[in-house]
Write a protein of this length. Structure first.
Lengths: 136, 844
């Protein structure tokens, strides 16, 4: 067997290994119910949940509770199946959190609380303004 | 008034740019049938059209800049990316903040490089410029902004579109000629000098990758399989240097401006430039091998083509909106996905078809490369670099797989790995170890003919030095993690081995030392990355272990620290004290206490309440009007270490309503062994409603002490005001300003509430000392008793939540980067000389 063949086989093996590990480490977008089920089955992998913040009729966001020392906060999120769930985040509230239209939380259930390790926010106004008024 | 001429002119230039690129491509295509140096009318035509093309590109750039510079806010581009307060150097960066502008920047570099290729290279002009012009056709179509009639397909997005056409706002139906007074401004995070130079550097790097690709295609097409590498190599080296520099500039910007605590986050946008760079570096290695030993030609062709396709792919990823939720900072979707996909597929399929057609004719070497040959080891190095890139590419493309599966009706919910940093690190660390070992050993093969005995001889000394050095570093820096020890060992080895080569080479022929310098740089970068990331330590750690909620019994340590103004707190080896909010004046640039200034009607102008000093010198006198950057608030944090040395850091928060509220940037105390990195994580929102205590009333005479919230206070003086801004004082009206001095823990504060009687009515203007959280109101004057009624409300003191980190040896990373670029420079110089020599012989 020539050295080049051996190298070729090693390269292919590594490439396949990379793909398999990536597939294994890839997270997934789930709902709160699925996430809860995973946690109950002992699977503590971090997953993504997409949802929105509940609002009252006047557009006020409800359910945000900062901790007394302002170093962490928890909030209520409604997932795509309209399930409400309290989420805890061990960081101060991100500044544009209340403006976000859509929230992605990455984390897992601990008992009945969803612990987010990371929060991604989608703020529609961040880069592109939608309207112009005479005031500007 | 709508300045429609300049926009129409710009649009005309865009059309000319596109049309001339098509003509140039066509003429050069015909011309390349007859190759060589002889003159050819088609070649002259191609050159004419490409020159016209380059001129009109400059025309577009001029028009767009003219619009931004003159604040023509009737144009969407100027309105959404600029504002009147923006300094000129940032106007340059708002030029490429939008997607259209960044395409324009790319087009501009291509046009410039095309001209350089025409001027420097006679032999390859026709075939290379055909490829170049074709690339330009696709890029120009991205900023065309024309709707094809009948089909209703929009081609490109024009930067010269008017605001009223871009945005459907009700005001335009009543006043079609309405022009906004001011623009919405440049994203404050981009108002940074690195953002002025980082995008142009990166796009120049992108553009430079086109040149070797064009030569490669030219070589395959004209069946000059061996010859294309010589002229392409210096360009590939320049591309590698510039692209690498651009990537690291982006990292440095992130380190200085963003607050995720580092320089690299494995975000898809970052990965999208990292992967092509790895492939380009691999291509450079195989091309060098080919130049010296006529092997690895096929590998060079494959790698050069792959690099270019990866550039196109990363453009597609970041600009088509496909990344959507997985990236923090991708561009907004302009509806160009289809066009970008065609651009990507055209060159991918074209290049693959051409290579496959020519594959059989490619010259190959029959003899098997020996394991003791340099070609073998460089080839292995290139393979590892490619795998390294492949590993990043696979997970970054996850959103693409979901989209493709969607096309077939399958719902896929695959998401990128939750902890990206840990995921990528576990692979990239081991690839880096292999790269470091290979680049240390490979260099010995490069300079000497090797067999077992010589290899053993030349490796003994470097290996011994490496072991000793690594031991010393491990002991001093307390490295315990096995994987880090191995990475450190490999990195030190590459530095030592290449250092030895460097000293051997520099005496004989300094011009050849580029490789050794570059690899020393790589070794140092790896050491810097390992320490600054692996041993980054949160120093603001709060170890109280609080219970997170009633519903859960988990305990968390907080990595943030809550500081009240002037109340010191201990933190890992330092005492921290928050000293209050500061603003920065424009000229001269100093930090000013927010309590010492008074707002005016214009947000960026304030007046001094008292003399403002800096290092004992009065900079602004009382009453002066000061220009400040109103968006920025700085939080002065005093650090005192165990030896009693103290210094101040000024992390920043930017308030910009249109950009989504508050953005925090760090301040960094730089040191040789470590950086101390601090940013605010939460502040009292300036727009939030403040809860004041009930009013407490004091009846006092001037000079008498009274106690507000335990602070000793007294009335310093009282003066009658002749005028108050914003209020018309007529004959019988009276206005009195009461100056109250409050002795804080650190310094004296001044509050100046105003009491006025206008048209027989009483008015009161309160004044607040924000540091202390006290608001004073002059309630009444008792002239008979020579006393005043002063009201005071108090609120919670100012506070800030901050996070502080130590980043050890991060400067080794930046130093290594510098060496890497210098090494590239030396190599470029060498290869350019080779190319010039051949050109003088009439070979190029």
């Amino acid at each position: 067997m020539k050295a080049s063949h051996i190298i070729g086989i090693i390269v292919i093996a590594v490439a396949i290994g990379i793909i398999i590990v990536t597939a294994g480490d890839a997270s997934s977008y789930v709902t709160f119910d699925q996430a809860k089920e995973m946690a109950d089955n002992g699977n503590n992998n971090s997953i993504h949940v997409v949802g929105e913040l509940p609002k009252t009729g006047s557009g006020e966001i409800t359910g945000i509770e900062p901790s007394s020392d302002k170093l962490s906060f928890s909030f209520v999120m409604v997932d795509e199946n309209k399930k409400e769930q309290r989420v805890f985040y061990n960081e101060p509230m991100p500044t544009d959190f209340k403006r976000s239209e859509k929230v992605v939380v990455i984390g897992s259930y601990k008992e009945n609380l969803f612990i987010a390790d990371k929060i991604l926010m989608k703020c529609p106004s961040k880069y592109q303004e939608k309207t112009v008024t005479a005031g500007i | 008034m709508i300045h429609s001429f300049i926009g129409d002119l710009g649009h005309l230039f865009v059309i000319i740019t596109l049309v001339t690129a098509i003509f140039a491509a066509f003429c050069y295509f015909i011309a390349s049938k007859k190759d060589g140096l002889q003159s050819n009318p088609w070649k002259a035509n191609g050159r004419f059209f490409f020159s016209l093309h380059a001129i009109s590109v400059i025309g577009i750039v001029f028009c767009l800049f003219y619009i931004i510079y003159n604040h023509y806010f009737e144009y969407h581009y100027a309105w959404s990316h600029s504002s009147r307060q923006l300094p000129t150097h940032y106007m340059i960066s708002c030029f490429w903040e939008g997607q259209e502008g960044s395409f324009l920047l790319w087009i501009f570099w291509h046009a410039l490089l095309g001209v350089i290729v025409i001027l420097t290279n006679k032999f390859w002009e026709s075939s290379v410029m055909t490829v170049f012009s074709l690339v330009q056709v696709f890029l120009a179509s991205m900023i065309l902004g024309i709707v094809i009639p009948g089909l209703n397909i929009k081609l490109g997005s024009s930067p010269f579109i008017l605001l009223r056409d871009a945005i459907d706002a009700p005001i335009f139906s009543s006043q079609p000629n309405f022009v906004p007074e001011d623009g919405t401004g440049l994203n404050p995070l981009l108002q940074n000098y690195w953002m002025v130079i980082h995008p142009p550097t990166l796009f120049l790097g992108f553009a430079l990758c086109t040149v070797p690709f064009a030569y490669c295609i030219g070589g395959l097409w004209k069946k000059r399989y061996r010859d294309w590498i010589r002229p392409a190599l210096p360009w590939a080296l320049v591309g590698g240097a510039i692209l690498g520099l651009g990537i690291l500039m982006g990292g440095y910007w992130a380190y200085e401006t963003l607050n995720f605590g580092g320089y690299w986050n494995w975000d898809p946008v970052e990965n999208a430039v990292y992967v092509p760079w790895l492939f380009l570096v691999a291509a450079i290695h195989t091309m060098i091998t080919f130049r010296s030993s006529e092997t690895a030609l096929k590998a060079s062709i494959v790698l050069v083509i792959t690099t270019f396709i990866l550039i196109l792919y990363s453009t597609f990823l970041t600009r088509s909106g496909v990344l959507g939720e997985s990236s923090v900072h991708s561009f907004t979707d302009l509806g160009l996905s289809g066009q970008l996909l065609i651009y990507l597929l055209f060159f991918t399929i074209g290049a693959i078809v051409l290579s496959v057609a020519r594959w059989k004719e490619l010259p190959t070497t029959e003899k098997e490369a020996s394991t003791y040959s340099r070609e073998f080891w460089i080839f292995i190095g290139a393979v590892v670099l490619c795998l390294m890139g492949f590993q990043v590419l696979i997970p970054t493309s996850i959103p693409v797989y979901n989209k493709i599966l969607e096309l077939f009706g399958v719902v896929s919910n695959m998401a990128p790995p939750a902890d990206q940093v840990a995921f990528y690190t576990k692979f990239q660390l081991w690839f880096s170890v292999i790269i470091a070992l290979l680049s240390g050993t490979g260099q010995f093969f490069w300079w000497k003919k090797m067999d077992k005995a010589t290899l053993k001889n030349s490796l003994t000394i470097p290996v011994v030095i490496t072991l000793i050095l690594t031991m010393v570093i491990i002991l001093i820096k307390d490295v315990a993690e096995p994987s880090y020890i191995i990475l450190l060992l490999a990195s030190v080895y590459t530095v030592v081995a290449n250092g030895k080569i460097f000293f051997d080479v520099i005496r004989k022929s300094p011009g050849l030392s580029g490789g050794a310098i570059t690899h020393i740089g790589v070794g140092l970068m790896l050491i810097g990355i390992m320490f600054s990331s692996g041993y980054s330590k949160v120093v603001s750690l709060n170890t109280t272990g609080m219970l997170i909620s009633k519903e859960s019994s988990n305990e968390f340590n907080s990595e943030n620290l809550l500081l009240f103004v002037n109340e010191p707190k201990e933190m890992a080896g330092y005492q921290l004290k928050y000293k209050g909010e500061r603003v920065e004046s424009s000229n001269p640039s100093i930090f000013i206490n927010k309590n010492d200034i008074e707002k005016t009607a214009t947000s960026y102008l304030v007046t001094a309440k008292r003399n403002i000093e800096d290092e004992g010198e009065v900079i602004f006198s009382k009453g002066d009007t000061i220009k400040i950057s109103a968006e920025n608030t700085f939080y002065e944090i005093e650090y005192t270490d165990q030896n009693g040395n103290s210094f101040d850091l000024y992390p920043r928060a930017q308030v910009n309503e249109s950009m989504g509220g508050l953005l925090a940037s760090p301040d960094i105390k730089r040191g040789i062994s470590k950086d101390l990195y601090t940013h605010v994580s939460s502040i009292r929102s300036p727009n939030e409603k403040v809860e004041w205590s009930d009013l407490e009333e004091f009846k006092v005479s001037p000079g008498k002490n009274f106690f507000v919230n335990d602070y000793v206070s007294h009335i310093e003086n009282v003066e009658r005001m002749d005028q108050i801004e914003g209020i018309d004082l007529a004959g019988d009206d009276v206005a009195v300003k009461v100056s109250i001095i409050v002795e804080g823990e650190e310094k004296e504060y001044l509050a100046q509430p105003i009491f006025l009687i206008k048209d027989g009515m009483v008015g009161r203007i309160s004044d607040e000392i924000s540091d202390l959280g006290i608001k004073f109101t002059a309630l009444n004057i008792h002239p008979d008793e020579n006393a005043f009624s002063i009201g005071a409300n108090t609120r919670q003191k100012d506070w800030v939540v901050l996070k502080a980190m130590e980043k050890p040896l991060i400067n080794v990373l930046w130093g290594g980067t510098l060496l890497l670029i210098i090494g590239f420079g030396v190599a470029i110089n060498r290869r350019y000389k080779e190319f010039k020599k051949m050109r003088e012989k009439g070979m190029e």
